[in-house]
Design a protein around this ligand. Structure first.
Ligand code: FAD
Length: 457
């Protein structure tokens, strides 16, 4: 009997354009395995919303594998130990996987590589992270020159087809049962809005892509309007690797209009990996060291404000709409993510890491690099050129980006208000809270904290 080859799946739950799967198929009978590993990432274990997604994505992957004569083996534990045990059970010596760049996955890859023959392949990014370099061979710090250089490597290679048949061994090692992993919420079941919005899995990703391709040409005009269906909503599918960025690229690049702007956003996704590859602690440490001395608010009052922000009860309609959309559906429009992040960091003067952690828990597209890069960008603490003193005005942003219908959809207490009043309602409105802090007051407090930090030098 030929020994099987292990296909180690992580955030690459797809059959199409899956270089590790293609390589494994060429090497022998394939043993696809997903390891639920909460030990390696430690406090970076997947949050609740991601776990909901994972459950459905794994179910979809198993069904797709079974349709091709294979199946998904589920195991739980520390990746290198589980894979070594599986290899011992089945006689496997080789493992094929796609590269991952989160620091804990790079550690796990090193550990697996010490025990088994690990073959790592590219395919989750437009270009291999680490390959986009300055003329002198160093990695880029900021996005614009990174994107210019990345474009030299584009278009990405044509996507690989999904194998029609996947060679299987005569016998299968035992697998955990997905329903025993407890990935879905039960008491309470908070995922009703998730089910209404999303179809996790490769099929759901392709449906989203097809729907978006027909409107990609108008992306630049509509992407900042939270009430419009202007963006692709591919982010959780990309985060779980249910679709490759090359597939997205080739489906959209020829659509004309402003697709270049959209492809630049895919470039941000690559950029984020480029940053965490250089600075693995980016999710926990401000790149500008002075931010570690910023007098963030702490204590009971700040905690109460943080809770009000999380629950969408800040008294700022655009912020509350965004935070409620996030809680109900696991996703928030990008423009609104920028507004709520700025509001937490500047108006409430709460450490960006508290926001980053909340997003990690409640986003279905939670991604270590993208989340950290965007939070540090919002704070002005990152490697890019943004500044703390650039403070977004949530009320005028709401008006500028025509968020009235968006607010009506997510903040029903305000649904009766006309456009002229909905962005900044005249209080009191029954059931709706007063502002946690006035705009001018919040702004002044943030600038004073920044001034104190600067005066300290
Ligand atoms: C504070 C904050 C936190 C964020 N956290 C995450 C996160 O954890 N995971 C995540 O995928 N995105 C994150 N983003 C980026 C962005 O908001 C989402 O990728 C986007 O809203 C997803 O919607 P979409 O798929 O319709 O995007 P589209 O506009 O259709 O863009 C296509 C794809 O490009 C990528 N992309 C778009 N914008 C960005 C960006 N600013 N940075 C990096 N990649 C981008 C995404 O993969 C997205 O699916 C964050 C943004 C902010 C401001």
């Amino acid at each position: 009997m030929t020994a099987p080859v292990i296909l180690w799946l992580r955030r690459d739950l797809r059959l199409a354009d899956q270089a590790a799967l293609v390589a494994a198929c060429a090497a022998g009978p394939v043993l696809p395995v997903y390891v639920l590993d909460d030990e390696t990432p430690q406090h970076r274990r997947m949050g609740g919303a991601s776990r909901w997604w994972l459950h459905h994505s794994l179910a979809s992957m198993d069904a797709a594998l079974r349709a091709r004569g294979s199946r998904l083996v589920l195991r739980r534990g520390k990746s290198e130990e589980v894979l070594a045990a599986l290899a011992a059970e089945t006689g496997a010596e080789q493992v094929h996987a796609l590269h991952h760049y989160e620091p804990w996955w790079r550690n796990a890859e090193r550990a697996v590589g010490k025990r088994l023959q690990l073959h790592l392949h590219h395919g989750n990014y437009l270009a291999p992270p680490g390959s986009v370099l300055t003329g002198s061979g160093t990695p880029f710090k900021i996005y614009t020159p990174f994107w210019r250089a990345l474009q030299q490597q584009l278009p990405p290679p044509q996507p690989l087809a999904a194998p029609a048949q996947i060679p299987a061994s005569d016998s299968w090692p035992p697998s955990d049962r997905l329903q025993d992993w407890g990935l879905l919420p039960t008491k309470p079941d908070w995922a009703g809005g998730f089910r209404a919005e999303w179809t996790p899995g490769e099929g759901g990703a392709l449906d989203r892509l097809e729907a978006f391709a027909s409107r990609a040409a108008r992306y630049a005009d509509r992407r900042n309007l939270p009430a419009a269906e202007g963006t692709s909503r591919l982010s959780p599918h990309l985060a779980f690797g249910e679709i490759s960025p090359a597939t997205v690229w080739h489906a959209v690049a020829g659509a004309g209009g402003s697709t270049g702007t959209f492809l630049g956003e895919l470039g941000w996704r690559d950029y984020a990996q480029n940053v965490i590859l250089q600075l693995p602690a980016y999710g926990a440490t401000s790149a500008k060291a002075e931010f570690e001395r910023l007098p963030w608010r702490e204590g009971a009052e700040a905690e109460a404000d943080l809770a009000a922000w999380q629950q969408g009860r800040t008294g700022y309609p655009i912020v509350d709409a965004g935070m409620r959309q996030l809680w109900a559906s696991g996703w928030m429009h990008n423009r609104v993510r920028m507004i709520v992040a700025s509001f937490l960091i500047k108006h409430l003067l709460i450490d960006w890491r508290r926001g980053e952690q909340w997003f990690w828990e409640v986003l279905v597209d939670a991604d270590y690099g993208q989340n950290a890069v965007n939070w540090q960008w919002s704070a002005g603490s990152g490697v890019d050129a943004n500044m703390f003193v650039r403070i977004m005005a949530p009320l005028s942003q709401s008006e500028k980006f025509d968020a009235g219908e968006y607010i009506r959809a997510w903040v029903p207490e305000l649904a009766h208000l006309p456009d002229a009043a909905i962005h900044d309602p005249p209080l009191p409105v029954r059931g709706y809270p007063a502002k946690l802090v006035g705009h001018a007051e919040g702004r002044a407090r943030a600038l004073a904290a920044w001034g104190a930090l600067k005066g300290e030098k």
